[in-house]
Design a protein. Structure first.
Length: 252
C-alpha cells in the first residue's frame, strides 16, 4: 500500500478541541523548558482571537495531520505557533513535529503555511509582510553529539523553509523555566517575504532584534538583556546551513 504524503495544516480556534490538547502535549515534549512560555498563554491567545482589534498582534496555532487522519488528535503530526506584529513583521514562536512524522517534511509544510497566514494578516490591514523571523537555541560547543545532530536537522529545516541565519548577533532572552537561571541565548533566522534581500543591512537586522525584544519580550532598551543583545558586531544574513558549525569553527 502506497503512503499518502499529503499533510493538512488547519488553524485551531477552540482550546477544547482534541487537536489543541494534543498540540499542548507535543509542545511540552518538543520545546526546551527554558525556552517555552506557559501553555496557558497560548490558550489565552486563542480565546482572545474573536475580540482581536484590527491593528493588534494576531496569534495563530496551526495543527498538522496526515490526509488519511485529517481530524484525528491521535495522529497529530505537528504544530506551529506564530504572530503577525503590525508595523514589524511575522514571528514564528514555536514549531514541533511528532517523532513518527519527522521524515514527511511536516516542519517545512507548517512553516510555509504559517508564512501564508501571517501574510494574510498583514494584507488585511493593508501592510506588506517584510519578513518572518524565528529563534532557536544552538548547543554549546561541548554539548553531546546527539544535541548537535538535532541542531543540524533543525537548521536543514530552516534552510528548506527559506530562512537565513542572522550571524553576528545573539538574542539574550529570559529563562522561562528558571527565573533565577542564566538567560537563554538564541540564534535568529530571517525569511525575507515582501522585502528584497538588499533591504537587510546591519541596521535593519538590529531593528529586527530590537523589535523582538521590545514588542515580543516586552523589554526596554535599558534592560541588561537588551544591551547584551545589541552588543553584537556587524550582523549579517548568511545561509542557514552555515549555522551548523560549532562556534569555534565559524568563519569570520
Amino acid at each position: 500500500m502506497l503512503r499518502n504524503d499529503r499533510i493538512f495544516c488547519l488553524e485551531a480556534f477552540d482550546v477544547d478541541d482534541p487537536l489543541v490538547r494534543a498540540a499542548e502535549r507535543l509542545y511540552l515534549t518538543t520545546q526546551h523548558p527554558a525556552e517555552r512560555i506557559p501553555w496557558g498563554w497560548i490558550a489565552k491567545s486563542l480565546k482572545g482571537r474573536a475580540a482581536r482589534r484590527p491593528n493588534a498582534a494576531g496569534s495563530h496555532l496551526l495543527t498538522a495531520t496526515p490526509e488519511e487522519h485529517a481530524e484525528s488528535a491521535a495522529h497529530l503530526a505537528g504544530f506551529a505557533y506564530g504572530s503577525h506584529v503590525p508595523g514589524f513583521g511575522g514571528y514564528l514562536s514555536y514549531l514541533g513535529v511528532a517523532q513518527a512524522y519527522r521524515q514527511r517534511r511536516v516542519g517545512t509544510r507548517l512553516m510555509a503555511q504559517m508564512c501564508k497566514v501571517l501574510a494574510a494578516d498583514a494584507g488585511a490591514i493593508d501592510e506588506s509582510l517584510p519578513f518572518v523571523v524565528w529563534e532557536s537555541r544552538r548547543p554549546t560547543p561541548d554539548a553531546p553529539d546527539a544535541d548537535w545532530k538535532l541542531w543540524e536537522a533543525r537548521v536543514r529545516l530552516f534552510d528548506r523553509a527559506g530562512g537565513l541565519w542572522l550571524d553576528g548577533l545573539e538574542l539574550f532572552t529570559p529563562n522561562y523555566g528558571d527565573e533565577e537561571g542564566e538567560p537563554v541565548v538564541l540564534q535568529l533566522f530571517v525569511k525575507p517575504v515582501d522585502r528584497a534581500l538588499t533591504g537587510f543591512p546591519p541596521d535593519a537586522l538590529r531593528e529586527i532584534a530590537a523589535g523582538l525584544l521590545t514588542r515580543i519580550y516586552r523589554m526596554r532598551p535599558a534592560d541588561p538583556l537588551y544591551l547584551r543583545t545589541m552588543a553584537g558586531d556587524a550582523p549579517r544574513l548568511r545561509p542557514a546551513l552555515e549555522a551548523n558549525r560549532r562556534p569555534a569553527a565559524l568563519m569570520q
